[in-house]
Design a protein around this ligand. Structure first.
Ligand SMILES: N[C@@H](CCC(=O)N[C@@H](CS)C(=O)NCC(=O)O)C(=O)O
Length: 208
């Protein structure tokens, strides 16, 4: 299987899930900083994903899967014993999907694109930061009451996604100082061997 990724982008989430599950991935880097986006071989990435964004998972038969929250569930389901996703049809699985959707819509899509582009201006940035502070506060309180991970005692695909997105705080200067539980969580997840392995493979600095 091949993962189209960009370092530290949301594609880090399926990358972490694959390493946690012991699934070998071939990595293909996509340059999303340049238009048109191209793969490492120079091919136009729109031929892989017409929407132009990572992650894309290419299966061995050439099938292309898009949308991070779907990809992480696909990978987790390949290794049900990994505990990365509860069994389909259970209430626990619906809770996982609830977290994945929360992270996608309330965090990921507030961080990005709004805080990553100076041209949106101070007013948009202030609104996005205010919204993030509210939502990160919610996560922080949830972790205090029901941690150490989002779903309780075990690390799941939702944690791979949350870690990936909250990690962007350092790039766009989102202040986590008021969220002690979330900061402890980021350290806890960042210390996991699989998380460090995936980050290193993407050329990222791993937490000390
Ligand atoms: N809905 C997509 C969004 C993916 C997304 O936002 N990818 C970003 C990186 S985190 C990207 O590739 N952006 C480049 C672009 O949109 O041109 C998903 O959840 O997988």
């Amino acid at each position: 299987m091949k993962l189209y990724y960009s370092p530290a982008a949301c594609s880090l989430s399926p990358h972490i899930v694959a390493v946690e599950a012991g699934i070998a991935l071939e990595l293909t880097r996509v340059n999303i900083g340049k238009t048109p986006h191209t793969t490492a071989s120079g091919a136009e990435f729109s031929t892989v994903n017409p929407n132009g964004y990572v992650p894309v998972l290419e299966l061995d038969d050439g099938t292309l899967l898009t949308e991070g929250p779907a990809i992480v569930q696909y990978l987790a389901d390949l290794k049900p014993d990994s505990g990365l996703a509860p069994a389909a049809g259970t209430l626990a699985r619906t809770r996982l999907q609830s977290w994945l959707n929360f992270i996608a819509t309330e965090l990921h899509k507030v961080f990005s694109p709004w805080l990553f582009h100076a041209e949106y201006g101070a007013q948009v940035h202030a609104i996005a930061r205010g919204r993030l502070a509210e939502r990160l506060g919610f996560v922080d309180r949830h972790l205090a009451a029901g941690g150490p991970f989002l779903m309780g005692e075990s690390f799941t695909a939702a944690d791979a996604y949350l870690f990936t997105v909250v990690n962007w705080s350092t790039f766009v200067d989102v202040d986590l100082s008021g969220f002690a539980n979330l900061r402890a969580y980021m350290e806890r997840v960042g210390a996991r061997p699989a998380v460090r392995e995936a980050m290193k493979a993407e050329g990222l600095k791993v937490p000390a």
